[in-house]
Design a protein around this ligand. Structure first.
Ligand SMILES: [Fe+2]
Length: 304
């Protein structure tokens, strides 16, 4: 199975608006798609922050750009909700989630075998991520049955997609805006057939594992973060990246021989060719603290 993993397109409903007063996010997405090899794709996963402003217009734009790509590739598209997304607006454009409300938790069974489970880790008005007990109960229920096999008996298991990575973050800002209680997620997937977890949010490529399951974080389509910036500075550049992942079918019985998952990161390319670029943003420690207080979980908020 070959899948394209995109994340953090931050599209704007107003075509004249610019992200960080500079980035035309629709042009960034179109530009990225233009330089990708889209042959042989079985699935396109967008791991959230599809929109910057949470407008219905931004979601219509998202599907106007991605649906023809998905149709041409013959690959279904799934979209997870991120902290900038508005599940209600997305539901108005694309319909409710599988649990019957605006929360965008979904299961998609793939025609060639396997399935994708999408979890909505967004918290209204916040930057950090959370999964409610109801979502985790639903996930356990879904995973109680293994993913269907393909027409020739191929077994691919389950791919889990959620915006906030269940991985420790590389910077203080990202750590404060990370997924709360990843252990609860690890417990919910225990014993199930999840074999790959896809996330975004951090805006830089990253890989790791949660409870023995590989986790891949895609770089941002709109900006790529500089996770090893010195001196407490948090900065990102006007670059775009994506990943393509090859997933081999699971063997009929016995443990899977390695390697079964291969990830190729499209190197970031944009407006810096050999020259230091002007970052899309550059936050000093004071700004980082203000963002954490506004968008992090309640424990980071100053008490009066
Ligand atoms: Fe995000």
């Amino acid at each position: 199975m070959r899948l394209l993993h995109l994340s953090d397109t931050h599209l704007l409903g107003d075509p004249d608006a610019r992200h960080y007063e500079r980035i035309d996010t629709a042009a960034a997405l179109r530009g990225l798609l233009d330089r990708l090899d889209l042959t042989g794709l079985d699935l396109i996963v967008h791991t959230g922050d599809a929109s910057e402003d949470g407008s219905e217009a931004s979601y219509r734009l998202l599907h106007e750009i991605l649906d023809p790509v998905a149709a041409a590739a013959g690959a279904p598209l799934v979209v997870a909700m991120g902290n900038h997304d508005a599940p209600g607006a997305y539901a108005a454009v694309r319909g409710p989630g599988d649990r019957g409300d605006a929360v965008q938790d979904r299961v998609l069974v793939l025609p060639g075998g396997g399935r994708v489970v999408v979890l909505d880790s967004s918290v209204p008005g916040a930057g950090y991520g959370r999964l409610d007990p109801e979502q985790l109960a639903w996930l356990r229920e879904v995973l109680a049955e293994p993913a269907p096999a393909g027409p020739a008996g191929e077994r691919y298991g389950t791919i889990l997609a959620l915006h906030h990575p269940p991985l420790p973050a590389a910077t203080p800002l990202l750590e404060a805006l990370s997924l709360q209680d990843p252990i609860a997620l690890a417990e919910a997937v225990a014993g199930g057939d999840v074999r790959l977890i896809l996330s975004g949010h951090y805006h830089h490529p990253m890989s790791g594992e949660m409870a023995g399951i590989p986790v891949q974080v895609a770089p941002g389509v709109t900006t790529v973060m500089d996770p090893l910036a010195p001196d407490g500075i948090e900065r990102a550049h006007a670059l775009s990246g994506a990943t393509r992942i090859e997933l081999a079918p699971l063997p009929a019985d016995g443990p899977a021989p390695a390697p079964r998952v291969a990830t190729t990161v499209l190197p970031s390319a944009g407006d810096t060719h050999g020259e230091p670029s002007t970052p899309a943003y550059r936050y000093d420690a004071e700004t980082v603290a203000a963002i954490i207080a506004a968008a992090g979980p309640p424990r980071h908020r100053p008490t009066a």
